[in-house]
Ligand binder design. Structure first.
Ligand code: BES
Ligand code: ZN
Length: 626
């Protein structure tokens, strides 16, 4: 397996087996502090005298060898903007395989130094009464909360004791457990302030996970059951709507189980975050984190849940060892997500998703250039490069398309699905790599005429294509309306009527809007403000509830120079931090004739509200110094 270039640690010498956390989340000081206890297994054959960990933004107060009960010296290396600092712990005795070590570190981090955390003030929450806190560690941010070997190649179990002020509650990517279970993993460290007015929550994750899956949220949280093994967690004000939106969760879980085997994590809960959450969803084990923009009222965004559920196998159970192989997580996940959607919502819906995935892929390859390294399924990352920066549609959609292609090559789902299930069972709780998957595939199927596996993994652009790819049934009417709109815009001819889109699914509307936006961007269709107003009068796109539809429509209007859209756009930018919506809006405003200054002003007024990741990305998009 290739080395993970985003870590200072060397897991061939020493590897973390479990982590014990005892943390205070302090809303007054805006910091997270406490103790981390690492159970380390020594693999080095020759004697070693030091242990290297990753840290970023952390202050290390002391390091203790728990077995010998003595303090250890440590050295902090130079700060790298991307991967942080190397923390070298100097052992008091040389050690070698098969020894083990228990080391505890006392540390703290201020919010402003940690890209992994966001503290929200009460007014930034739904209820407006209590503050909120959440973490986001994917890809290399766990090191900004706890000192650790922050590489997906080191899979750890963890226990945690989280101390927060009442009446706030803490939730984690683990199972909630009674206190006694947790202290076993805490070493001698106890929460530092179990004072009156504070409350401790205890958690245990007994399946080894990658450190990017450590996750914690604290807020005024309540929960409701939505299935036999699922609850939704959120602020009280969104509980009913969220429980309604996600009632289908158990169906997704059972569909997934029929494809890839039993669900291993016991609970599958959802946490609905405040609007600044930067992602659509994050597959934190036992507790998926999702944006509140999924709570639409019509369940039209639940494929994100299918996606995060699929990660319970791909990424979480079968993990990658370094960020070049991220397609093994995201690509397999999209592939399974669409099979879940097919089983629960039918083939038409699945085909619409595949079609839009394909368009996104083509667009992404076109934008990056078909020879660009990042269009490779397995790109070459360099040291000190942020894995999140090379993260794109490629891993998701080229990854999924490759699996569609393999499925077609071996004879279809009847042959490929049992293979996928076997692969999943074989490597569950282990670390996989592209080479390993290739070997497993070739062992099962041998030589396949016309399939050049190496080339598929390594070539940029699109080195493979499906032979059998008919236009999906539901795309046909959407193409027809797209043509009508094009005719209307270019020659002012033809009638547009609300009947054109009557009875359409959200996926069809999305297809139409994406197609209009793509042709608007490539200048093959030029809608002006009169045209967008007429389209909106007829089709009422701006009153749609689905945020993705509204987002696409707003992008079309901005590029048409339609300033009537600016107020609602600013309203969204001031109150939402989901990257998928906010970044395209900022970029589009910035490039437009009507919104450049507005983009800069809105960013300035909103940046304090944004998550550090959103703030950083948007600043980049607007060519601002960060
Ligand atoms: N693992 C990702 C979220 C992520 C990506 C976090 C990159 C940090 C960096 C998650 O599973 C995901 O892919 N979410 C998507 C939704 C999905 C349906 C494609 C998202 O957030 O939009
Ligand atoms: Zn994903």
């Amino acid at each position: 397996m290739g080395k993970d270039l985003s870590t200072y640690s060397d897991i061939s010498e020493v590897v973390t087996k479990s982590i014990g956390l005892s943390l205070d989340v302090d809303f007054d000081a805006l910091e997270v502090r406490g103790w981390t206890t690492l159970q380390l297994e020594i693999l080095a054959k020759e004697e070693i005298r030091e242990v290297v960990l990753d840290v970023k933004g952390l202050e290390i107060q002391q390091v203790v060898d728990d077995t010998l009960d003595n303090k250890l010296d440590f050295v902090l290396g130079e700060e790298s903007k991307v991967i942080g600092r190397k923390l070298t712990i100097l052992l008091s005795q040389a050690t070698r395989a098969p020894d083990s070590l228990t080391i505890s570190l006392q540390h703290k981090v201020k919010a402003e130094n940690s890209p992994a955390i966001q503290f929200l003030e009460p007014h930034q929450t739904v209820g407006g009464q209590h503050p909120y806190f959440f973490t986001q560690c994917h890809a290399i941010n766990a090191r900004s909360i706890v000192p650790c070997q922050d590489t997906p190649a080191a899979k750890v179990t963890y226990t945690a004791c989280i101390n927060v002020k009442t009446p706030l509650k803490a939730v984690m990517s683990a199972l909630a457990v009674p206190e006694s279970a947790v202290f076993r993993g805490l070493g001698k460290r106890r929460p530092s302030s179990l004072a009156a007015g504070f409350h401790a929550f205890f958690f245990e994750q007994n399946i080894p996970i990658c450190t990017y899956l450590l996750a914690l949220a604290v807020g005024d949280l309540v929960s409701a059951d939505i299935g036999p093994r699922s609850s939704v967690w959120c602020e009280p004000g969104v509980l009913r709507a969220a429980a309604e939106e996600f009632v289908g969760t158990e169906k997704f879980l059972t569909a997934a189980e029929s494809l890839v085997g039993e669900y291993q994590w016991e609970r599958y809960d959802l946490l609905i975050l405040p609007p600044s959450f930067p992602h659509g969803g994050m597959e934190n084990p036992c507790l998926t984190f999702v944006t509140p923009t999924l709570v639409v009222g019509d369940r039209s965004m639940v494929h994100v849940i299918a996606h995060e559920i699929a990660h319970s196998w791909f990424g979480n159970l079968l993990s990658i060892g370094n960020w070049e192989d991220v397609w093994l997580s995201e690509g397999f996940t999209v592939f399974l997500e669409r099979k879940i959607i097919e089983r629960v919502h039918g083939i038409d819906t699945k085909e619409m998703h595949s079609t839009s995935g394909r368009s996104e892929l083509l667009l992404s390859v076109e934008r990056s250039g078909k020879d660009h390294n990042i269009t490779r399924l397995v790109p070459d990352l360099t040291a000190d490069e942020d894995p999140d920066a090379s993260f794109s549609t490629i891993a998701y959609e080229k990854g999924c398309l490759f699996l569609d292609y393999l499925e077609e090559k071996v004879g279809g789902p009847g042959v490929f699905e049992p293979f996928l299930k076997d692969y999943t069972q074989e490597y569950a709780m282990k670390t996989v790599s592209s080479a390993l998957f290739q070997r497993y595939f070739e062992k099962r199927f041998g030589y396949i005429d016309g399939l050049d596996f190496d080339n598929c993994l390594k070539s940029p652009g699109l080195p493979f294509e499906l032979a059998n790819n008919p236009t999906p049934r539901l795309v046909i009417p959407a193409l027809k309306v797209q043509q009508q709109i094009t005719d209307y815009a270019s020659a002012g001819k033809g009638e547009l009527s609300e009947e054109d889109i009557a009875g359409w699914s959200v996926e069809q509307i999305l297809f139409l809007l994406s197609a209009l936006l793509a042709s608007q961007s490539s200048a093959s269709l030029l809608l002006d403000a009169n045209a967008t107003r007429e389209l909106d009068r007829v089709y009422r796109f701006s009153s749609l509830k689905n945020g993705t539809c509204v987002n696409l429509w707003q992008l079309i209007c901005i590029s048409a120079g339609d300033s009537s859209v600016l107020d609602p756009v600013v309203e969204i930018l001031r109150n939402h931090g989901r990257l998928r919506y906010v970044r395209p809006l900022y970029k589009c405003l910035y490039m437009s004739t009507i919104g450049r200054q507005l983009a800069l002003d809105t960013y300035e007024a909103s940046k304090a509200f944004y998550h550090p990741l959103t703030a950083k990305m948007v600043a980049m998009d607007l060519n601002l110094e960060i």
